[in-house]
Design a protein around this ligand. Structure first.
Ligand SMILES: [Fe+2]
Ligand SMILES: [Fe+2]
Length: 178
């Protein structure tokens, strides 16, 4: 992928759009499960939405939004605060359906907000970014995505089983070199 023909910006926006599409499909499934009053399924779908939004929102908040903030400060601030609100209500289902009897109604409200939020980005921020941003800015946004991908592929030392090589496990000539 080259930086200057526009394919990088198209790929960046295409990935964000694909994640939006997946989220919208899950919103439909949540609404179906809510209608069936199957709160276990509702909670599971909420967790799946959160799993998509976790890296997606970082790319927007650490990558795209800073590049747009000078020109559209109010829009960006609203979108950031909507992320917080959406995360809060969906996050209540992290360990399964919450006991709070007001949660299903609050969830319906926040799913509506999430759909509106996605439309605002797709019809507002994304087209504006495609016009306004230059190659260096797209490269910085893509670097945020690349860091997330690299981090998700990294096995942290704490997840590894410590392997200690002691002299007794080595052959005699190897022990002599220690
Ligand atoms: Fe967003
Ligand atoms: Fe988004």
């Amino acid at each position: 992928m080259c930086e200057y023909c526009g394919c990088q910006q198209i790929a960046t926006i295409a990935e964000l759009t694909r994640e939006h599409d997946d989220v919208v499909a899950l919103i439909g499934q949540v609404q179906g499960s809510l209608a069936d009053r199957c709160l276990e399924d509702v909670a599971l779908r909420c967790q799946q939405i959160l799993a998509i939004l976790a890296p997606h929102s970082v790319v927007e908040e650490d990558g795209l939004f800073p590049e747009m903030a000078e020109e559209f400060p109010d829009h960006v601030e609203v979108l950031r605060s909507e992320h917080r609100e959406i995360d809060k209500v969906l996050g209540e289902a992290t360990d399964g359906p919450p006991d709070d009897p007001t949660w299903p109604d609050r969830l319906v409200g926040v799913l509506f907000l999430l759909r509106e939020h996605i439309l605002k980005e797709q019809d507002g921020v994304f087209p504006a970014a495609l016009i306004a941003l230059d190659a260096d800015q797209w490269e910085r946004i893509e670097a945020v995505r690349a860091r997330l991908v690299a981090a998700s592929n990294t096995v942290t030392p704490t997840t590894l089983t410590p392997t200690t090589v002691t002299p007794t496990t080595l052959a005699t000539d190897e022990r002599d070199r220690l």
